[in-house]
Design a protein around this ligand. Structure first.
Ligand code: GDP
Ligand code: MG
Length: 198
């Protein structure tokens, strides 16, 4: 069932500002510029719900969107943005780890990776870290419109092999933020996984 209602709720620079109710939440994570905000817009069929940008590194907070009055979609700060200071990066790293480890309402992390490239060091570290801490996640390969269709299965296989090597068993989806219908499978998975029903 398509999402009918989606609204921006708040921007949390740290955990103390997160909503204090118990609605399930789904975090969207990944490298800066991988398309987190665009995928959120495509999922919710909104053009400008989440702010997208060609200038990476803009999201410095956890941005909360309330979906169908039932659950939260959380746009997380991207990693790998070189232009912020080391100090700022490590502060963010700490805060994000705290969020991922301590936030009880967090049901699932959606890790976005650019389908055109082999997952980078930061992606691999992040995937391993999630695996080690048994944080539920799935992998979403975005920007599939940017490569030819016959290459898609091969790219997916590559990522699955990498996950196998890490002893991680999670679903892998292929999407394009430019093709909203490519979100249907991911959306169903999220709703089922987090037991969200209307
Ligand atoms: N062609 C194409 N461009 C995309 C896709 N997803 C995101 N983009 C573009 O990539 C850039 C970064 O997207 P954004 O959502 O701001 O990335 P974020 O930093 O991860 O939130 C923007 O210029 C988007 O228009 C996609 O699936 N296909
Ligand atoms: Mg963004």
């Amino acid at each position: 069932m398509p999402i009918t209602k989606a609204e921006y709720l708040l921007s949390a620079p740290d955990l103390s500002i997160c909503p204090d109710d118990d609605k399930p939440e789904i975090g969207f994570a990944g490298r800066s510029n991988v398309g987190k905000s665009s995928v959120i817009n495509a999922l919710t069929r909104r053009k400008k719900l989440a702010h997208t940008s060609n200038t990476p590194g803009k999201t410095r907070s956890l941005n909360y969107y309330l979906i169908d009055d039932l659950w939260y979609l959380v746009d997380m700060p991207g990693y790998g943005y070189a232009k912020i200071s080391r100090k700022e990066q490590s502060r963010w790293g700490r805060e994000m780890k705290r969020y991922l480890l301590e936030r009880k309402q967090l049901q699932l992390v959606v890790v976005l990776i650019d389908i055109r490239h082999q997952p980078g060091v930061l992606d691999r570290e992040f995937l391993l870290w999630l695996g080690e801490h048994q944080i539920p996640f799935c992998v979403v390969l975005n920007k599939s419109d940017k490569i030819s269709k016959n290459k898609l299965p091969h790219r997916k296989k590559n990522v699955q092999t990498l996950l196998d090597e890490m002893n991680i068993e999670v679903p892998v989806f292929i999407v394009s933020a430019q093709q909203p219908e490519s979100m249907n499978e991911l959306q169903s998975f999220i709703m089922d996984f987090a037991h969200i029903s209307r």
